[in-house]
Design a protein. Sequence first.
Length: 158
Amino acid sequence: MPFKARKERTMTWKKKIVIGLGVGILLGGAAYWYIMNEKFEDTATTESAYTVNAIDLIDMFQSADSAANAKYSEQIITVNGRISEIEAADTTVNVKFINANSGSYVIFDFQSKDVAAAKALQVGDSVSIKGSCSGSIYSQLRRAHMISFKRSTLLKKF
């Protein structure tokens, strides 16, 4: 009898592990599917929570990174400034506003429908860009902040 009872407890323990792993895999798969299929409203039609100058935005993150991240992260923000650099890739383009004194910069990744308009921009153009702020990262190596924006759209060129 003791051997049989131990065997039943072992089977119950193994069943619990298998069921737990199965539930974990299902929940993980559901979370992955949700994140990968998440739809966002078009940035162009979404109202901006804030409108700021690019250099002022960089200064805010440099002086109080945690407070600026808490205020601006995941917010739709309109940023005005003069383009310092353009990084073109195969299917996308990134536009940067750089603070020459500190080396810190704001970088915008454009929505697919706005890539053609962004590729037509030139360094030195004054523009207004709206996007979802992803917050900043401080690089110890460069001693500079990188403030990134996703789902950006070009509002106007001055």
